[in-house]
Design a binder for this molecule. Structure first.
Ligand SMILES: *Cc1c(COP(=O)(O)O)cnc(C)c1O
Length: 385
């Protein structure tokens, strides 16, 4: 049996995989089992921040694996402490809770909002407002938070206490606050799975104003937008927001599973001993990887991300088959004349790996991708759109 056949026989059938078995990679290039070479603009869905098998990242990971691979949270480890310190120093937040994924980072955010509201507004203040077309994860609670009905249908009953409003409609948000006892609002600055749709600056700031006027928490889901992806360390920073809680994961550890929930100074004491936990959360290998990733996301790299973004936006919006380019930094969506799936398949055949998001083609390249590979990718997209 081929690897594809074994996978299809034994791995639960939840993923519609591309007909590609990736066997190795270097930076933004990877090779499949037949030796075909690809430029990868998907980075495992915004996870491989510095591409495949990056040497600096490998050294950080292997050095920690050779010392301590895991301890549980019953003991202190240096990578966990230093990563929490670095995240707080870079954002002005007060404390960090570590987990293993984006969904778990959001679960923690929701728990914090409910506990904080119970203590400050009253126990009936439990509702979380999120946006329609959002994506917050696959657990039963983060599915409830996700504002897309088709994810909900098969798994009722979901966790109660979630209300969805349309983005950019201030009056819907105000009404949701009138009609519910609200603990917090959870938003993505750029809806990723929803089609790479950025919030307007004005609306994002309105969400913050209304939430804070009502004593509710502003929580920003930076699972996809975070860690340099949009041209600032976190997207909320370029929106001028002051969130109480920030969740992140995907690119944080550059290819290892790590979730982080950042808590502002105001809410940092909400979780006490025993209130929350995770066996693997804050794993020293994942944290050592993240420390190395975070160190490299400096002003120079962020300027590079912005420069590459400007190049891609201009070059791609000139292509006759592209109607619109959306997104921020190296998180871009293309509205194409042809169906997105067809464009992605035509590019794959030509050696370029891309993603879709709703009806858009989605690009999430490594932050250090060389310009010449971006130029090649644009050429392939010119042929395929
Ligand atoms: C991917 C994603 C999640 C879920 O992350 P997992 O690691 O798959 O649990 C949550 N929120 C956003 C915005 C995401 O893009």
């Amino acid at each position: 049996m081929s690897i594809r056949e074994i996978d299809q026989a034994y791995v639960a059938g939840t993923y519609k995989r591309f007909p590609v078995e990736i066997v190795s990679g270097q930076g933004s290039i990877c090779w499949d089992a037949e030796g075909k070479e690809y430029i990868d603009l998907g980075t495992g869905i915004a996870v491989n921040t510095f591409g495949y098998a990056d040497e600096v990242w490998q050294r950080a990971v292997t050095a920690q694996i050779g010392k301590v691979q895991h301890t549980s949270n019953l003991y202190y480890t240096e990578p966990c402490a230093l990563l929490a310190q670095a995240l707080c120093q870079r954002t002005g937040m007060g404390k960090v809770f570590f987990s293993n994924s984006g969904a778990e980072a959001n679960e923690c955010a929701i728990k914090v909002a409910r506990k904080y509201a119970a203590e400050h507004l009253g126990p009936e203040y439990a509702t979380i407002i999120t946006l329609r077309n959002s994506f917050h994860g696959r657990t039963l609670t983060t599915l409830a938070a996700t504002g897309q009905d088709h994810y909900h249908e098969l798994f009722q009953p979901l966790t109660p206490g979630f209300v969805h409003v349309d983005a950019e409609k201030e009056e819907q948000l105000a009404a949701a606050f009138q009609e519910n006892k609200v603990a917090g609002v959870l938003v993505e600055c750029v809806q990723g799975e929803g089609g790479v749709v950025p919030l307007s600056l004005e609306y994002a700031q309105t969400v913050e104003r209304i939430a804070h006027e009502q004593g509710a928490l502003l929580m920003v889901d930076e699972v996809q937008t975070g860690n340099g992806r949009t041209g600032t360390l976190y997207a909320y920073q370029q929106y001028g927001l002051h969130p109480d809680v920030v969740s992140t994961a995907k690119g944080l550890a550059g290819g290892l599973p790590l979730g982080a929930t950042l808590l502002s100074e105001e809410v940092q004491h909400t979780l006490g001993y025993g209130d929350h936990g995770s066996t693997f959360g804050g794993n020293p290998v994942c944290c050592a990887a993240a420390l190395s990733v975070l160190e490299r996301i400096d002003e120079a790299l962020l300027a590079e991300v912005q420069g590459k973004s400007a190049y891609l936006k201009e070059a791609l919006s000139k292509l006759p088959g592209v109607r619109q380019v959306t997104g921020l930094g190296l998180m871009l969506g293309l509205q194409t004349e042809k169906p997105a799936g067809e464009v992605v398949e035509a590019c794959r055949q030509r050696g370029l790996l891309l993603l879709t998001a709703k009806d858009r083609v989605r690009l999430l390249p490594a932050l250090n991708i060389p310009m010449e590979l971006l130029e090649k990718a644009v050429q392939i997209l010119a042929e395929a759109t």
